[in-house]
Design a protein around this ligand. Structure first.
Ligand SMILES: [Zn+2]
Length: 464
């Protein structure tokens, strides 16, 4: 999809404008990053606390200064519109940030610049990309692009927690049907797997190995990096653990104490949607416990889940071309007053039959109570749609890199829109620093993202 001559000329005009925005963009982003917009207790007119409220006012003011029509939605969200066409293309970003966490070498709200990078919480997720999209709109406005679709940047204040911002917005404004969210990575994500969450419960077995204590995991969507259990026994049992570790080549340790034997399984932690290269410490522990003689539900789980992340022994393994394989994770398993409670987190291919998966899962866990706690439909926008092909063409043209639509097991903001995809702004090969210490964004990358967004808006919204 190459541009006609009119579009080529407009693109050049826009990119020249964008080159001139660099200093203004960086200064504005620094102002944005210096507002610690972390969710706090609600206050009057500030449903997510004072920081996010301040940030929303600032973002609205930035958009007003650029000449967009700005609306505020009671501290939940705000939007900025260019054009007055009835059909609207939505761009969805967010202004809240996750808490700082440990390990920072720079002021997380300092917006310090070093070696062409701007450091701070939100530089990458998602203030940098959101502001880049706003500046792309500014370029179209200043270049005088006639529009066939209006462009509306919708900025939420609660993406990192409960998406209350978008629920409120959808109730109080008309949600565009089509659009993209600059809140993930390039080239583009057009497929989000469905989700099935289960809670499993079963009584501690009266026979076999006696497990005295175990409580691992706080969130179903995290692959446990470490699992500890206290077992009844002494030296002999610790020796058995050591030989099992040797036999399997896995990292288990045993320590004999007055209480019994404390056993530790060391896995490789990660997000449940991306199990490749990870190892669940809970899965490791299940295997070990069964080998040591555990019976009942623990033995069943060791066989049906164990170290698998593809749901195979649960009778649930499946895949399709657009989404890849199903993934599964047992993120929580704990013993509470004689009862075991655990979670399973399935990310299901678009074409998978979720009802069938529920049945298969329950059927493969005899003696275990299985309850569905989460069920979310998958989201998919066809690769040959106008939206996906235009965005990928814009990406290829500005970056010179090959564009290909991708699938994720995670959730993106884009699925708020009927025809929504995630588009940028992390480039292939760049560090994924969202939610981590020392989050930064390369200024060159953000300027390139800005050109890609402007190019995309030109393709999808210009009337040339
Ligand atoms: Zn984000």
């Amino acid at each position: 999809m190459s541009f006609r001559r009119e579009e080529m000329e407009m693109r050049e005009k826009i990119n020249a404008l964008i080159d001139g925005y660099r200093d203004e963009f960086v200064q504005t982003l620094q102002e944005w990053v210096r507002v610690p917009s972390v969710k706090e207790e609600p206050a009057e007119g500030a449903p997510f606390g004072p920081g996010i409220s301040r940030m929303m006012k600032l973002a609205g003011a930035t958009a007003e200064k650029m000449g967009f029509r700005v609306r505020f939605f009671d501290g939940y969200a705000c939007d900025a519109t260019l054009g007055d066409r009835p059909e609207v293309l939505g761009v969805l970003g967010h202004l809240d940030v996750v808490p700082v966490g440990d390990g920072w070498r720079k002021d997380p709200f300092g917006a310090e610049i070093e070696n062409g990078r701007i450091y701070g919480r939100g530089t990458n997720d998602d203030k940098g990309p959101t502001l880049a999209a706003m500046f792309a709109m500014k370029a179209l406005k200043e270049a005088g692009v006639p529009l066939k679709r209006s462009i509306r940047l919708i900025m939420g204040g609660d993406e990192e927690c409960d998406w209350e911002c978008m629920h409120y917005y959808a109730e109080h404004a008309e949600m565009p049907e089509i659009g993209f969210s600059p809140d993930a990575s390039f080239p583009l994500i057009n497929t989000e797997k469905g989700m099935l969450g289960f809670e499993v419960r079963f009584p501690a077995a009266a026979e076999g190995l006696k497990i005295l204590r175990m409580a691992t995991g706080e969130r179903p969507n995290v692959i446990a990096g470490e699992c500890r259990a206290l077992l009844e026994g002494g030296k002999e049992l610790a020796e058995q653990v050591r030989s099992y570790a040797e036999e399997t080549g896995l990292d288990y340790r045993a320590e004999v104490t007055d209480e019994g034997v404390w056993v530790t399984a060391a896995g490789i932690s990660g997000h449940s949607a991306y199990p490749e290269g990870k190892r669940s410490a809970i899965g490791m522990m299940l295997k070990l416990l069964k080998a040591l003689g555990a019976q009942g539900g623990i033995a069943t789980l060791a066989d049906a889940v164990g170290l698998e992340s593809d749901g195979k022994s649960l009778g649930c393994a499946c895949e399709d071309e657009v989404s890849g394989p199903l993934t599964n994770n047992m993120g929580i398993l704990r013993l509470e007053q004689g009862e075991w409670i655990g979670t399973l987190d399935f990310r299901c291919p678009v074409e998978a039959d979720q009802e069938q998966l529920k049945e298969a899962c329950a059927a493969h866990l005899p003696g275990i109570q299985v309850k569905v706690t989460t069920q979310k439909a998958p989201h998919h926008v066809p690769a040959d749609s106008e939206l996906v092909s235009s965005l990928l063409a814009a990406y290829e043209e500005e970056s010179g890199l090959p564009g290909e639509a991708q699938s994720t097991g995670g959730g993106t903001y884009a699925k708020v829109l009927k025809q929504g995809v995630a588009f940028g702004a992390v480039f292939p090969g760049e560090e994924e620093l969202a939610h981590l210490a020392n989050e930064y964004e390369s200024i060159d990358s953000l300027m390139l993202a800005m050109k890609i967004y402007a190019n995309a808006l030109l393709r999808l919204c210009a009337d040339l």
